[in-house]
Write a protein that binds this ligand. Structure first.
Ligand code: ZN
Length: 167
């Protein structure tokens, strides 16, 4: 029987909740299954670990501490940036008030999301912590189907096709 293991492509539906409040933060139940290539760093580590060995039709429930999910909140990830460094079209007051996520690029050109956590005169406090940092997350995951990855997917390190990666 096919189970979730490295180099398989898994299709799952899931609901993520905060265990302390029961609030749903994400779910794709009733929509397209999430598709991912297992063992290539496409998912948070704890999620994949908990799903290894599951078969089609299985449902797994698990809770991930920040260590196994999005890491801990780090004070170093909050930085003071002079207001003059923001492009003119960015309304920092609005972004603070509406908690609008903004993006910057690191030295490798990778996008980094951040939000503005405070404004003090000409200094804008910018928070690069992942929005899920420091949070314990509960997941209920149903395995819809599992298939072998094709060589091209293994080469690229991600799943292709509907619900997956497009080129
Ligand atoms: Zn690809």
């Amino acid at each position: 029987m096919t189970t979730i293991e490295n180099d398989k492509v898994a299709y799952v539906t899931y609901t993520g909740t905060f265990p302390d409040t029961g609030e749903v933060f994400d779910s794709n139940v009733g929509g397209e299954p999430l598709q991912f290539l297992v063992g290539h760093g496409n998912m948070i580590q704890g999620f994949e670990q908990e799903m290894l060995g599951a078969s089609e039709g299985d449902t797994r429930e698990f809770t991930l501490t920040p260590d196994n999910a999005y890491g801990h909140h780090r004070d170093e990830a909050i930085q003071d940036v002079p207001r003059s460094q923001f492009p003119e079209e960015v309304d920092v007051e609005q972004a603070l008030q509406d908690e609008i996520p903004l993006a910057a690029y690191d030295e490798h050109g990778r996008p980094m999301q951040f939000k503005i956590s405070a404004i003090d005169g000409d200094i804008v406090k910018v928070d690069f912590n992942h929005p899920m940092a420091g949070k314990t997350l509960h997941f209920s995951v149903n395995v819809v189907s599992i298939r072998d990855a094709v060589p091209e997917e293994l080469e690229h390190g991600h799943a292709h096709g509907p619900g997956g990666h497009h080129h």
